[in-house]
Write a protein that binds this ligand. Structure first.
Ligand code: TXA
Ligand code: MG
Length: 329
């Protein structure tokens, strides 16, 4: 793996976007903003580019990638949509939803990108910069979160720089991302099944489907079997510090990740304290989650005490990421 590339940081203006598109066309690796987190893009049809992407992230090759396209018409050329997939795509694309569907025999996405599976993950992101790049490039772009494998996902260009400087060609800086957690992943193969909670709440999906989502056959995070969403390993999204979840007190020297207006006295006076949302708003909390984890980690503390976050709405995805960040590794 080349680790001494010059990583160009460009702004998300027409010149920066044109440079990004040219770079992708040459087989380069380009990080760009989506509404969820920054993605690390490569030409999905170019096996060599996709191989470089796995190497740059240090990502296991059994963990397939999401192909990003500008609209449903483009997605329809890469996957086979049943009625549930069609309904969800109509309702929520562009948006923070990834659909896993059967892959047709003539799918142009390279086998390495789908890790040899007969299904493919597809997403139409809702971010003007991502959409401009996808439209202008004209081919599908695989884009995992633009972090080193196992690290916290990036919600700012500076996070990408910290993780991938020297390993990728370019970062398009579009400011902080709005949603802050990755897309919700739903498999539409037979019964619609939730593979990963994310930026689109479960309730919205079930309302559009008019029936509940099936549960994944085995816990997606079981690391010893091939998981359903193969990337959902238990220890993921990990900061260096140890996390203690759902606690109402802080130990001496511990940093605090708070939620809501009412902080227990033991926490209020912690030296290092960040609040996901002082107002108790889950949308704001999701947007702040990964940058707060990175900031607390930078403070060099050994342990982070995390207050309880309610499980409804985006709270399902927030609690999922916190549990993974807290998992033993
Ligand atoms: O919000 C997002 O989805 C971001 C932005 C950049 O679009 N991308 C993202 O990609 O989170 P990544 O690679 O970090 O996570 C993709 C997940 C992995 O857990 C992977 O195992 C799963 O999608 N996946 C990909 N293809 C799959 C397939 N055919 N079947 C099941 N899971 C799949
Ligand atoms: Mg990721």
């Amino acid at each position: 793996m080349t680790v001494d590339l010059t990583t160009r940081l460009v702004s998300a203006d027409p010149a920066g976007i044109a440079a990004a598109v040219q770079c992708l066309a040459r087989g380069g690796l380009v990080a760009f903003p989506t509404e969820t987190v920054y993605g690390l893009g490569a030409d999905a049809t170019d096996g060599a580019a996709v191989a470089r992407l796995y190497a740059a992230k240090g990502r296991p090759r059994f963990n397939p990638l999401i192909a990003h396209v500008p609209d449903l018409a483009a997605a329809g050329k890469l996957g086979i949509f049943n009625s549930d997939a069609d309904r969800l795509a109509q309702a929520f694309w562009p948006g923070p939803l990834t659909l896993v569907v059967p892959r047709p025999p003539d799918c142009p996405v390279c086998d390495l990108a789908t890790a040899g599976l007969d299904t493919i993950a597809l997403r139409v992101p809702d971010h003007p910069v991502a959409r401009r790049i996808l439209r202008d490039f004209g081919r599908p772009v695989v884009a995992p979160s633009a972090n080193r494998s196992g690290h916290v996902s990036p919600t700012q260009a500076a996070h990408v720089m910290a993780d991938l400087r020297g390993r990728i060609e370019m970062i398009v800086d579009g400011g902080p991302t709005a949603v802050g957690v990755e897309s919700t992943i739903v498999a539409c193969i037979d019964e619609a099944t939730l593979l990963r909670p994310g930026g689109l709440p479960r309730a919205a999906i079930e309302e559009a489907l008019r029936h509940p989502l099936a549960r994944a056959a085995r816990p997606a995070e079981s690391a010893d079997e091939a998981p359903l969403a193969p990337g959902m390993l238990a220890s993921h999204y990990a900061p260096r510090a140890r996390l203690r979840l759902r606690v109402k007190d802080a130990e001496p020297g511990e940093a605090v990740l708070a939620f809501g207006p009412d902080l227990p006295p033991a926490m209020r006076h912690a030296k290092v304290l960040l609040n996901l949302s002082p107002a108790g708003d889950l949308v704001e909390a999701a947007a702040n989650l990964f940058s707060h984890l990175r900031a607390l980690d930078r403070a060099g503390v050994a342990s982070i005490a995390v207050m309880p976050v309610p499980p409804e709405g985006l709270g399902e995805a927030i609690n999922d990421r916190l549990q993974r960040a807290a998992a033993p590794r």
